[in-house]
Design a protein around this ligand. Structure first.
Ligand code: UD1
Ligand code: MG
Length: 468
């Protein structure tokens, strides 16, 4: 895509979003894995713009932290006195090389790169002072209406609250996206008034002001739902549904089988390789990748994890984990952050892991908790094995070397190191290290007075692990 070094984008994100009734700034509400503002910035990236300026409220730091990594600069609009005032604040930081500005609302997450590029092209072809992105929608309630004269030319934009009954029936709306020639915009912005129902400086009034100066205004109509602004929780849900629908369409086009797109929830941030199969009731969230031919679901929630080619994950919650080629997870497994399943490894039914590596072809097939453990290759972890990793104060590590055999119901009291080919007997309680090739057995448990109270509680106080 062509670069546009003389074009800047100004993204408006200073509104307080009253209609969402939230403590979070509106543009930070998340849909399909990203804040609203993140979707807008993402649409801009491929355009190679000279500058991107985000107009933020006094909560700029919060917004910048949530957007860390975005190649943009921030200006603060305090107080927010309308979209026209917001653009005026941003003009102050534009560099000398900028000739045109794209203005986008930070609450329109469905806007696409292609449409912005088309709007820029229309703006250049027509040498307009302003080019407005409009849309015709069935229910224009809440949007600014585009008022055209008998000859079809744009005359002005009127906000819902300021519109007459005749204007309210107009179904062509202002999407909130514009391209302006910078000189013309700078000329009319100081002339905006605030004599309207909200006592705000409306950017939309710059259209009639430019026309009044004899400048030309053009428009580009989008047919899709890109105009959808998020001003309420209902619209937030609708935008999320649309973005997830688009994600399913995109991955199916790329050769992924999605058995039931209606019950599959894929964030915009996820990538999936061909011939992967996504079964129903599956959530792929955050920074997640699914490899070629892997099968995920039914009923899986995968968050910030990578699932390699040919792996299977079914009825499981997997967070912050790496699942190797051909590895298998579930049914009914919970893999917590720091879990690594190497090639062909298995975490089966009712297995919970945390900060644990299960080596190549090693198996924990049933009913285990494995935390802070490093397990080598070809290890069998018997049903009911627990790494007792917490002594009430600190976490300790368990190391199990290659080809070890952990008998059913073994309690591995960490720190402990099980050697190569070592074995533990069913029901054993293992403390300390087990040498290579040795067998550890130990039943029944002995009672040692005065050695309890691991969590340092007063006597008689019931103790409970607060971390679950
Ligand atoms: C605005 C448009 C309307 C259009 C609609 C499209 C105006 C006056 N109205 O209405 O014609 O149909 O978007 O979605 O422009 N913002 C600031 N500073 C402010 C006020 C708003 O940065 O002082 C930001 C908001 O954070 C938001 C965007 O500008 O991202 C639009 O503001 P919002 O209050 O949502 O305007 P709408 O009523 O949706
Ligand atoms: Mg809005």
């Amino acid at each position: 895509m062509a670069e546009h070094p003389d074009v800047a984008a100004i993204v408006l994100a200073a509104g307080d979003g009253k209609r969402l009734r939230s403590d979070l700034p509106k543009v930070l509400h998340r849909v399909a894995g990203r804040p609203l503002l993140g979707h807008v910035l993402d649409a801009l990236t491929p355009l190679g713009l000279g500058q991107v300026v985000i107009v933020a409220s006094t909560r700029k730091d919060e917004i910048a932290a949530a957007m860390s990594g975005a190649d943009a600069e921030y200006v603060v609009q305090d107080p927010p006195r309308g979209t026209g005032d917001a653009v005026r604040v941003a003009l102050a930081v534009l560099s000398d090389s900028i000739r045109h500005v794209i203005v986008l609302a930070g609450d329109t997450p469905l806007i696409s790169t292609g449409t912005i590029a088309s709007m820029l092209a229309r703006h250049a072809e027509t040498s307009s002072a302003a080019t407005m992105l409009t849309a015709r929608i069935d229910d224009p309630t809440g949007y600014g209406r585009v008022v055209r004269g008998a000859d079809g030319r744009i005359e002005r934009v009127v906000e819902q609250r300021d519109a007459t009954p005749d204007e309210l029936v107009i179904d062509e709306i202002n999407t909130g996206a514009f391209v302006f020639e910078l000189g013309g915009l700078a000329k009319v912005l100081p002339k905006l008034g605030s004599d309207n129902s909200q006592q705000e400086y409306y950017l939309t009034d710059s259209i009639s002001l430019l026309l009044g100066e004899g400048d030309s205004v053009s428009s580009f109509e989008t047919t899709s739902r890109e105009a959808d602004g998020v001003n309420s929780r209902a619209q937030l849900a609708q935008a999320g549904a649309e973005l997830r629908r688009q994600a399913c369409e995109r991955w199916m086009d790329e050769g992924v089988t999605i058995v039931d797109p209606n019950s599959t929830f894929i964030d915009a941030t996820v990538t999936i390789e061909r011939d992967a199969v996504i079964q129903p009731f599956t959530f792929l969230e955050g920074n997640t990748t699914v490899g070629q031919g892997a099968e995920v679901g039914p009923q899986a929630r995968i968050i910030d994890s990578s699932i390699a080619a040919g792996a299977t994950v079914t009825f499981a919650v997997v967070r912050g984990s790496t699942i190797g080629e051909g590895a298998s997870v579930g049914p009914f497994a919970s893999l917590r952050p720091g879990t690594v399943l190497e090639r062909g490894a298995r975490a089966g039914t009712f297995v919970e892991t945390k900060q644990t590596t299960i080596g190549e072809d090693s198996k924990a097939n049933h009913l285990s908790y494995l935390g802070d453990a490093t397990i080598g290759k070809g290890v069998n972890v018997g049903a009911g094995t627990i790494t007792c990793n917490w002594d009430g104060t600190e976490k300790h590590e368990t190391v199990i070397d290659d080809d070890a055999y952990i008998g059913s119901d073994t309690m591995l009291v960490a720190p402990t190191h099980i050697g190569k080919r070592a074995a533990t007997g069913a029901g054993s309680v293992v403390r300390g290290d087990v040498p290579d090739d040795a067998l550890a057995v130990g039943v029944p448990a002995r009672i040692i007075e005065g050695k309890g109270n691991k969590m340092g509680k007063d006597r008689g106080t019931p103790s409970q692990d607060p971390r679950g």
